[in-house]
Design a protein around this ligand. Structure first.
Ligand SMILES: [Zn+2]
Ligand SMILES: [Zn+2]
Length: 537
């Protein structure tokens, strides 16, 4: 009975753990790495075709995104998850496959001209459809027998529609151990979905630590009032409010709030304002929310449902499914709200809406979620005055505003509260899904506060669950990094890293460069990166 840490070890994304018992191989999550990658993930120590089951905590791509890759590589087993997660995966994995195919096509268009070998996408649509076929949806709070010696139960952990902590009972001979995988632990008071449920017993706990050293702000913003103010001010100026939004989760929250603004008549002058939801993925995701009401909605949302009100629908909501619908929005002169993806403005239909609205001083671009470094969204928030969209220079004259909703993640106190839910001592806590040093810090906090041994494993670390001991420490290999005992390669790689650091230094010193030169520099770096950025399988 052994647990191996594959992904999201000393990192936030790419969640994946391997549980092995009596010849069975079980994965908990099978996520894709997103954003900057710190440590090399050596990958599965077994063949994908030898994986028997996957237990999935929730639909976010950093937890589910490699399921199609798993099926592509020969996985034939079953994927157990909740009903709502199954529904969300059905749309999100297809969307992810679409992105993979699109990116490969784009690279190959450029690559062919440069005489480069064909670039193969990580997976294609058929792989995603195959993965979806393997999903077995389960009810929350029901103890399910997966096979002899393996039982599981999903409990709502309030992070995203369908999200769960998973309790896993493993029996080998006369030894039974219970391992609880926290999944991403939700914040309290998020609209629509429930607050986290607390699990009470475990021998072992594998828990996330995204906010392991941070607290959310203690003052509660008046979201409805702030949102209404932005809408009214913009409509007064006869402008549009353009909201780049994440299709799943954040968009449904926005719809929930807009319905409330209309119901409470918070901007009576513009009671009939129209809202264009222009993202096929967001539209599909909203349908999934409306389908999984009974199991997933919190009390407040249920009150509306019981009164015959759909909390995500209101008068004036317009849906744009086709790209023609999307283009037509720009011909409507009446001030309106446009909600579109992607949330960080790096792809998708939102870029068209930015092109048509960014230059207009009467319009507002309203950010409602985190913007990662380097994205167009982040650059706009940081006050960039000129951007390029579809090869065209655009002057930024619209107002740029941010409105932060409730975070989907518990903060440090929320994580500790979740761990405090265990009524009997835990033999060992494994801290994962956090930034490098945050995992270590949070493990220390857990030891101090609860006295449980807590450990932040590196990729490929192994733990014996019967004897409660570390079998393998795991390895800390920086990405594209050095293999041990290959001295020559090490030096060459160190030089490469140093060159990269020098480049960052040069960028830092060139903040004052003319925008034209900045763009030139940027395109040179991107060309260089495109040339060397090859995935190796
Ligand atoms: Zn998540
Ligand atoms: Zn996550």
């Amino acid at each position: 009975m052994k647990l191996t840490f594959i992904g999201a070890a000393h990192e936030v994304t790419g969640s994946c753990h391997l549980l092995q018992t009596d010849g069975k191989n079980i994965l908990v999550d099978c996520g894709m790495e997103q954003g900057p990658d710190l440590y090399e993930n050596p990958g599965l120590p077994i063949a994908e075709s030898d994986v028997d089951y996957v237990l999935l905590t929730h639909a976010h791509i950093d937890h589910s995104g490699l399921l199609p890759f798993l099926t592509k590589k020969g996985f034939k087993g079953s994927i157990f998850t909740t009903y709502a997660t199954a529904d969300l995966c059905n749309i999100m994995l297809r969307d992810s496959a679409h992105i993979q195919e699109f990116e490969a096509e784009w690279r190959n268009r450029k690559g062919r001209r440069a005489g480069q070998p064909e670039f193969e996408p990580l997976y294609v649509m058929q792989d995603a459809l195959d993965a979806i076929e393997h999903i077995i949806p389960c009810q929350y709070n029901e103890r399910i027998k997966v096979c002899e010696g393996l039982e599981v139960r999903f409990t709502d952990v309030g992070h995203l529609l369908g999200s769960a902590s998973i309790e896993v009972w493993v029996t080998e001979g006369d030894v039974t151990k219970k391992i609880v995988f926290s999944g991403d632990i939700g914040n309290i008071d998020q609209p629509i979905i429930k607050d986290p449920t607390y699990t009470t017993t475990a021998d072992y706990v594998v828990m996330e630590s995204t906010y392991g050293n941070r607290l959310h702000s203690s003052e509660k913003p008046d979201y409805l009032a702030d949102f209404s103010k932005v809408l009214k001010e913009t409509f007064d100026r006869k402008g549009n409010v353009v909201i780049p939004s994440f299709a799943v989760g954040r968009t449904q929250e926005l719809l929930y709030f807009i319905r409330e603004i209309k119901e409470k008549k918070l901007i009576p002058e513009y009671q009939d304002f129209e809202v264009y939801l222009d993202s096929p993925l967001a539209i599909e995701a909203t349908k999934v929310f409306s389908k999984n009401v009974r199991e997933c909605f919190d009390e407040e949302a249920m009150k509306l449902v019981n009164a015959g009100i759909n909390p995500l629908l209101f008068d004036g909501l317009k849906i744009s499914t086709t790209s023609d619908d999307s283009k037509l929005i720009n011909f409507i002169e009446k001030p309106k709200v446009i909600i579109s993806a992607s949330g960080m403005c790096d792809a998708g239909r939102i870029r068209h809406h930015l092109k048509h609205n960014l230059w207009r001083p009467e319009c507002t671009i309203l950010f409602v979620g985190y913007q990662a470094k380097g994205t167009l969204g982040r650059r706009l928030i940081e006050g960039e005055k000129n951007v390029r969209l579809f090869g065209e220079p655009i002057e930024v004259k619209a107002r740029i505003k941010s409105l932060h909703g409730v975070s989907g993640h518990a903060d440090m106190n929320g994580l500790l509260k979740w761990l405090g839910g265990f009524q009997l001592p835990v033999s060992q806590v494994f801290v994962v899904h956090g930034e490098d040093t945050v995992t270590e810090e949070f493990a220390k906090t857990v030891e101090e506060k609860f006295g449980y041994p807590a450990w932040a494993p590196f990729p490929n670390a192994e733990f014996d669950l019967v004897n409660c001991e570390i079998l393998k420490e795991g390895v800390k290999i920086p990405v594209k990094g050095k293999k041990p005992f290959q001295k020559k390669e090490d030096t060459a790689f160190e030089r490469l890293l140093a060159a990269g650091r020098r480049l960052m230094g040069v960028i830092g010193r060139n903040e004052g460069l003319a925008n034209k030169d900045k763009a030139k520099f940027e395109s040179q770096i991107n060309n260089l990166a495109d040339k060397w950025d090859v995935w190796d399988e």
